[in-house]
Ligand binder design. Structure first.
Ligand code: NAD
Length: 305
């Protein structure tokens, strides 16, 4: 089988080496398309491959139409909103992600953003500490769980709400389960977003919800920009000068948020999963999942069932 690694932003060299070894170990052939700049290059590269590994690359219907032999696409990472999963399903193409492989990287960044925010963005003035603060996790998936683990080390009191994770699982992790997202914003000093971008979650972080935060509240986003209603958040932050917003996903209205001096920070580009470890782990996991699929039909990580 031919396995294509198609990455506009390539994996680290050691990750490519590990992917290649893993794929070849199973008797398959690895084809590399890195740093492509034109869609045409991708359309050409997918023509005769049975499997493909991507990062945040867009896999649109035209790509799948060009890939007449394609059986499986693995997104090396967690969020798979860059892939048209419904169209893949229609065409009988399996789509998988590699959940959890970059979760610690994202979680460490959350705490980094929080330290930066409570220390007044290192502006030379006195800040505050995270110990004793109530941290709310909106979703208790792989990233949320890692944030909980690290935040407890900081002495924070951790709360979580997840629409699909039962309260007892949250409580067993030493985290307070709350009944809904409104309660999370009511009870916590800081809320960190870990929901995927879905039709239900898009634009769901709005004026009314964030306005529930107590005085001095902080919103942290390492999920997706689409979950935030930017116009409403901007309006709220204009109305409430006590709120801060720190994010790993630059909002479309970055320039407007940047006017809120001392209350807003965005990483220059999405950096949550940008660590050597996450890059390597996600790439290797993707290769292993492809081998498992061709070896015995394993589709454990399929996201378009
Ligand atoms: P995950 O799939 O392990 O967890 C997502 C959780 O969200 C699940 O527990 C699910 O039950 C819950 N959920 C789904 N819909 C919900 C809703 N409407 N309300 C409440 N909970 C809901 O994913 P993860 O690895 O924890 O990653 C979370 C998100 O973070 C990803 O979807 C991705 O968009 C984003 N992410 C960003 C980066 C980055 O570089 N900043 C890296 C990895 C992931």
């Amino acid at each position: 089988m031919k396995v294509l690694v198609a990455t506009e932003k390539p994996f680290a060299a050691n990750a490519v080496k590990a992917i290649k070894e893993e794929i070849e170990k199973a008797g398959h052939e690895l084809v590399l398309l890195e740093k492509y700049t034109e869609k045409a290059q991708l359309l050409d590269a997918v023509k005769d491959v049975e499997a493909m590994i991507v990062r945040s690359d867009n896999v649109t219907p035209d790509v799948m139409d060009a890939a007449t032999k394609l059986k499986i696409i693995v997104r090396a990472g967690a969020g798979y909103d860059s892939i048209d999963t419904a169209y893949a399903k229609e065409k009988g193409i399996i789509v998988e992600n590699t959940p959890g492989q970059n979760a610690n990287a994202v979680a460490e960044l959350v705490l980094g953003l929080l330290v930066y925010a409570v220390r007044a963005f290192f502006n030379g003035k006195s800040g505050s500490e995270l110990i004793g603060k109530k941290l709310g996790l909106l979703a208790f998936g792989n990233v949320g769980r890692n944030v909980a683990r690290i935040a407890k080390g900081f002495g924070m009191e951790v709360y979580a709400y997840d629409a699909f994770c039962p309260a007892n699982v949250i409580e067993e992790a030493g985290v307070h389960a709350v009944a809904n997202q409104e309660a999370l914003f009511d009870q916590c000093d800081i809320v960190s977003l870990h929901i995927p971008a879905t039709p239900e979650t898009k634009q769901s972080i709005n004026y009314a919800l964030v306005n529930r935060l107590p005085k001095g509240g902080i919103l942290v986003n390492t999920a997706r920009k689409e979950v935030i209603n930017e116009a409403e958040l901007l309006k709220l932050m204009a109305d409430r000068e006590d709120l801060k917003f720190v994010t790993d996903i630059k909002p479309d209205a970055d320039a407007d948020f940047a006017k809120l001096e001392g209350r807003y920070f965005s990483t220059p580009k999405k950096m949550g999963a940008q660590t050597a470890e996450a890059n390597f782990n996600a790439g290797l996991a993707a290769a292993k999942q492809i081998n498992a699929y061709f070896a015995d039909g394993c589709t454990k990580f399929q996201v378009n069932k």
